[in-house]
Write a protein that binds this ligand. Structure first.
Ligand code: BG6
Length: 485
């Protein structure tokens, strides 16, 4: 692992991500004594603020976004003292000079976090390089969106690579910072139980769902240009799929893990005009209700007409030896009835039931890995219902439950960014996305989008508070599969 850094430079320091996630995460790390003692956090953005002005804003952000009761004034004081602020207009060279002065000697280790529009990445990197802030002791973290297709993603990657080699580039996918996502690796590779069954001989299908109740949360301009496919599938869902499907890496290190993930991403079956029509359903929410509350439709929320998809369900295949013929059903959408993120694995049923003649039905085993709102790992197995069986045997599916919240009740649940910021500060890239992964993801997504434009695909309407268009249900039912809800 590389050396720790003594300065963290946050671009987009007054933005939504910094307020909701980055500052609370850094506070959490400080509270646990995990930040280097001498770490300075320098915020930069366009707003004209001084250090105290930024500290006030940061304090407000902590008040609003830290878990209730977690703020401690003593730690807060120490944390806020670490903060400094330099206003910056990207076009102004003198601004970068002031930034370099605030950072001090980059040889003491510097991590930079770009949470700005990707159109600003290149001028920002040029400005940093011009004042000597791209030297070998500097790491660069990039927040999504990293492009809107393969071409634009390559352009971004090229402009970053001109100043920062791959081993110092940390591309963020915040799903990789989630505890249960890392637990998926522990489940697969720290147990001998599952791996022998983890293949097409024993697994019937896999479902990956990210259901959200929120709408576009004031991010209409970005979201409308992206849609569910590029906002969620291109990054988070394909990363989850890669972790489910990858071969065992030889080590838990950045090269080995990412080598295995990229092989999966490259094995995704390319869509054809038939599968574009038969294996993918898109939708856009209209008015409806969630939990009894009326919700506006997407177009109403956005304030203009749009044909952007806010929902997508699709069937994918990983064409390799292990996964031959196993469908991976992916589904994500906004304004669905509940927030629920999970990976669901259905095993094959028993080859022959000895209980059938006694009137008992068996159903296949399932493994449910819940990411949100609860962190759970649940294995559904068949058990006998207690009784004397005078009228036949009764079997029931019961959960073997690893309620992580209970099993690890003494551990604080962390924000995904805590893990990622700490890894950035300490220089461990294992949970960051490598360039070849991002590009493999875009290749597949671009092929879908090309198919859509050729076929003139438009999203189907669904009411807010429902599980998307009915065609999404038909997509799996045709295969005799029901979405797990
Ligand atoms: C972001 C997307 O990357 O992930 C958002 O841009 C989405 O549209 C969010 O709401 C979901 O993240 P989480 O951690 O709340 O599941």
């Amino acid at each position: 692992m590389a050396d720790k850094v003594s300065a963290l430079l946050l671009f987009g320091a007054t933005g939504d991500l910094a307020r909701r996630m980055l500052l609370p995460s850094l506070y959490g790390l400080d509270a646990d004594g995990l930040l280097p003692d001498d770490l300075t956090i320098i915020g930069t953005a366009r707003s004209e603020l001084d250090d105290d002005g930024y500290r006030d804003k940061a304090k407000q952000a902590l008040d609003e976004h830290l878990a209730a009761g977690f703020y401690d004034p003593e730690i807060g004081e120490r944390f806020l003292k670490r903060l400094a602020y330099v206003p910056l207009d990207i076009a102004d060279e003198a601004g970068f000079q002031r930034l370099a002065e605030a950072v001090g000697d980059p040889a003491r280790g510097l991590a930079i976090f770009l949470s700005t529009a990707p159109s600003l990445f290149k001028p920002t990197i040029d400005g940093l390089a011009a004042v000597g802030l791209a030297c070998p002791t500097v790491r660069m973290a990039l927040e999504k969106p990293l492009g809107s297709d393969l071409k634009s993603s390559r352009e971004i990657n090229d402009s970053v690579a001109a100043a920062f080699p791959e081993e110092r580039t940390f591309r963020i996918d915040h799903y990789l910072g989630k505890e249960t996502v890392q637990n998926l690796l522990a489940l697969r590779f720290a147990n001998s139980l599952f791996e022998p069954l983890w293949n097409s001989t024993h697994i019937d299908h896999v479902q990956i769902s990210v259901a959200e109740t929120v709408g576009i949360e004031g991010r209409g301009d970005y979201y409308d240009g992206a849609g569910a496919l590029r906002d969620m599938v291109q990054n988070h869902m394909l990363q989850l799929l890669a972790l489910v499907a990858m071969e065992p890496p030889t080590n838990f290190d950045a090269t080995a893990v990412r080598d295995e993930k990229v092989k999966v991403l490259r094995s995704l079956r390319r869509p054809t005009s038939e599968t574009i029509a038969a294996h993918i359903v898109t939708g856009q929410y209209g008015r409806g209700a969630i939990d009894g509350q009326t919700m506006p439709g997407y177009v109403e929320e956005l304030g203009r007409d749009s044909s952007t998809e806010t929902f997508i369900a699709l069937k994918a295949y990983v064409d390799n030896w292990r996964w031959k013929g196993v469908p991976f059903y992916l589904r994500t959408g906004k304004r669905l009835p509940e927030r629920q993120t999970e990976i669901f694995i259905q095993f094959n049923g028993v080859p022959y039931s000895i209980f059938a003649a006694r009137g008992a039905a068996t159903v296949p085993n399932k493994l449910v890995i819940g990411l949100q709102p609860e962190e759970t790992i649940r294995l559904l197995v068949m058990a006998k219902t207690p009784g004397l069986d005078r009228h036949g045997i009764r079997l029931r599916e019961v959960p073997l439950d690893l309620g992580l919240a209970n099993a690890f009740a003494d551990q604080r649940r962390r924000i995904a960014y805590e893990r990622l910021l700490l890894d950035l500060i300490e220089g461990d890239p294992t949970l960051f996305v490598r360039r070849d992964e991002v590009e493999a993801q875009w290749e597949w997504i671009d092929a879908i989008r090309a198919g859509w434009s050729e076929a003139g695909v438009a999203p189907r309407p669904y009411a807010a508070g429902t599980w998307g268009p009915s065609a999404a249900i038909a997509l799996t039912e045709r295969d005799g599969v029901s979405w797990h809800e």
